[in-house]
Ligand binder design. Structure first.
Ligand code: G3D
Ligand code: MG
Length: 186
């Protein structure tokens, strides 16, 4: 049953952005999280897609505005505006293509340059279902996340749904805790 808009009481509204190389599965992950579907016929994103999702996590209701940008370099100039106002970012690489992990530090730099050090970032090693083609170990992913001061590292599959909801929900909860702690007691 859907709740009429005026009756919704959000505990928080957050903008999230996806970051990472082309074809690592950013759009598929967002689609999977938002609709629970993995769309095989998905075609490369051409601009920015904004998905809104009302996430009920434990007793809280969050509105997530998930901005999803195509990975092409022609969008470089747009990146500052793309990231502005974001409370969090989802960095994605492809577990079958190590070069997509190698560029993660650059995405982190670009993001932090645009919005500062405050917003929370998580790293997802995606396509975990392609176990036979895996070229990045869990330890390598964790190490990069740790070195860059990211909040979490997880392996996901937009195809099977493995860890997708958990990863996004964890980020939402962490943003809430982070913001609440910063505001301090009333
Ligand atoms: P992007 O938004 O990062 O550019 P997309 O990536 O979401 O467009 O995904 C790129 C390709 O990877 C798509 O394949 C998509 O179906 C596939 N993909 C995304 N996530 C997964 C996953 O978890 N497992 C597997 N096996 N494939 C995935 P096509 O063939 O449509 O280009
Ligand atoms: Mg995309």
């Amino acid at each position: 049953m859907s709740i009429p808009d005026e009756e919704k009481r959000f505990d928080a509204v957050y903008k999230l952005v996806t970051l990472g190389e082309a074809a690592v599965g950013k759009t598929s992950l967002v689609n999977k999280y938002v609709t629970g579907k993995f769309d095989r016929d998905y075609r490369r994103t051409l601009g920015i897609d904004i998905s809104t999702y009302d996430a009920k996590i434990e007793n809280q209701l969050f509105k997530l505005l998930i901005w999803d940008l195509a990975g092409q370099d022609i969008f470089r100039d747009l990146r500052t505006r793309y990231c502005q106002g974001a409370s969090g970012g989802i960095l994605v690489f492809d577990l079958t293509r190590p070069q997509t992990l190698e560029t993660i530090p650059r995405w982190v730099d670009a993001f932090r340059e645009a919005v500062g050090p405050e917003p929370l970032l998580i790293l997802l090693g995606n396509k975990a279902d392609l176990e036979k083609n895996r070229k990045v170990t869990p330890e390598q992913g964790s190490k990069v996340a740790k070195e860059l001061g990211l909040f979490q590292y997880d392996e996901t599959s937009a195809k099977t749904g493995h860890h997708v909801t958990t990863a996004f929900n964890t980020l939402a909860k962490m943003m809430y805790n982070h913001h609440t702690q910063r505001r301090g007691p009333p």
